[in-house]
Design a protein around this ligand. Structure first.
Ligand code: PLP
Length: 456
């Protein structure tokens, strides 16, 4: 019914609603009010039989959807590890949605395929990865971990004379998996998806910052995958990648790095030392929707020897026309997928190398500012604040839990909780381009005000 025809004023209407949303996002409470969440039920009417004007559909979404959102695109959301959206990448996302390109095969979208290649070349350079390493654009670090481990599975079993893509894992030579005690749950999920099993791992003890203790690595051989992390999800600490990679490679083991947010330390000269050695790994996973501040969803997997990723992911059929160039879907678990490279390209092109470094460094500096402010107000910082993560205790576990709850309800900012070395902590993760120093001060003021009331 609307076949091909543009609905008059629909896109400008969407743009002006989005602009209004973003211009107010820093003035509203960060978590939506319970009443606003309840109003979402207005959208739960039975599916109408009749078509509706797209402008009315959009108006409904804006009226009931917008107020119920979490203001994570504003400057005072410090939950999980959540970036916002850089202006250039938001605008690129809209244009790319209008393009509606399928980035499975080159012939379907030369533009999407090429932008992916350019963006990943820039990132290989930023991360210090070999120019010829393979890259797949996936939904996030969970899938990126899955893809990297799938490449590892291919490589180690092919070397043992086993074709895992054809034969599966039943009867295959055993692969040993080593993880740190502080391994991220998404990596365990990826291990389960890839058939290695979550419980078949050998854990290595961690130190007080959550770093894998390389001096406690068990014996391993060339049928071993060692999973390390660049950026502990709580403390921000890095496993000693240089030492582990060197020892692993002496024996022919595979090293996989979960660098969902920590890999971006490599983009900032003053933090780069933290990620020393990660570029020596065989496979790496990272997110762009976190610290690069592109819209959801976007993760990347890098594999040092591109052929292992390619051999694990490639597929063909007579009707799937290939070109001789790089076929995007030969590097990802997905086939049809959106053109994530467009936003990554736009984010990087708009920031430039210096802008990216400055954004990462600014967030780290802001994290240090949180730590300093909370410490000087008399509260305990539980981690060495080396990156963008701060863990704070406000007293007993129960007091800390109450502070977290009240901070969330207060709405000035949003932080979650965690357990760290046996204690309850509030987690502050500074990952947004939109966070200003003023946002940090406002948030600190709210945290300290609430905490003093709870503790006294
Ligand atoms: C966020 C995160 C993940 C999972 O990433 P998704 O994008 O949610 O799939 C994995 N590892 C670490 C360290 C993370 O911070």
């Amino acid at each position: 019914m609307f076949g091909g025809a543009l609905v008059k004023n629909l896109l400008p209407d969407a743009a002006s609603r989005a602009e209004l949303y973003l211009s107010n996002v820093n003035r509203r409470r960060v978590a939506p009010a319970p009443e606003d969440v309840a109003r979402l039920e207005h959208l739960a009417q039975p599916l109408p039989d009749e078509a509706a004007d797209p402008r009315e559909v959009l108006a409904l979404l804006d009226e009931y959807g917008s107020p119920a959102t979490v203001a994570s695109s504003g400057g005072r959301y410090f939950g999980f590890v959540t970036g916002g959206t850089l202006p250039a990448s938001l605008a690129a996302n809209w244009l790319a949605a209008a393009w509606d390109q399928n980035c499975a095969f080159r012939v379907m979208s030369p533009a999407a395929s090429r932008l992916e290649e350019i963006a990943s070349d820039w990132l290989r350079d930023i991360f210090g990865l070999p120019a010829q390493s393979g890259c797949g654009f996936v939904t996030g670090a969970t899938t990126a971990n899955f893809a990297g481990l799938t490449a590892a599975r291919h490589a180690l079993l092919a070397r043992a004379g086993w074709n895992v893509e054809e034969q599966g894992l039943f009867g295959a030579p055993e692969i040993k998996v080593i993880v740190g005690a502080e391994v991220h749950i998404s990596l365990l999920k990826a291990l389960s998806l890839v058939g290695f099993g979550k419980a078949r791992v050998t854990p290595v003890p961690a130190d007080d910052q959550g770093r894998m203790r390389a001096d406690h690595l068990p014996a391993f051989d060339d049928r071993t995958v060692i999973c390390i992390q660049a950026g502990n999800v709580n403390s921000g600490a890095f496993d000693p990648a240089a030492e582990i990679c060197a020892r692993a490679h002496e024996k022919g083991a595979w090293v996989h790095v979960d660098g969902a947010f920590g890999l971006w330390a490599a983009a900032a000269p003053a933090r780069r030392h933290l990620a020393a050695g990660v570029a020596e790994a065989d496979s790496l996973a990272t997110d762009c929707h976190k610290w690069l501040n592109v819209p959801y969803d976007c993760g990347l997997t890098f594999v040092r020897d591109a052929s292992h990723l390619h051999n694990a992911m490639t597929f063909n059929a007579a009707y799937l026309q290939t070109t001789g160039g790089r076929e995007p879907s030969h590097f990802t678990p997905e086939s049809s997928r959106r053109a994530r490279g467009v936003e990554v390209w736009a984010a990087l092109r708009s920031l430039g190398r210096k802008g990216l470094a400055e954004m990462i460094e600014r967030n780290c500096r802001q994290a240090a500012c949180f730590a300093e402010g909370l410490r000087s107000a008399g509260f305990r910082i539980l981690n060495d604040v080396v990156l963008n993560q701060v863990l704070v205790s406000f007293g007993t576990d129960i007091q800390t839990e109450r502070v977290i709850d009240e901070v969330q309800k207060d709405g000035t900012c949003w932080c979650g909780g965690t357990q760290w070395n046996g204690q309850t902590a509030m987690r502050i993760s500074v990952s947004s381009w939109a966070t200003t120093d003023d946002d940090v001060h406002q948030s600190l003021e709210a945290m300290v005000r609430i905490a003093k009331r709870v503790v006294n």
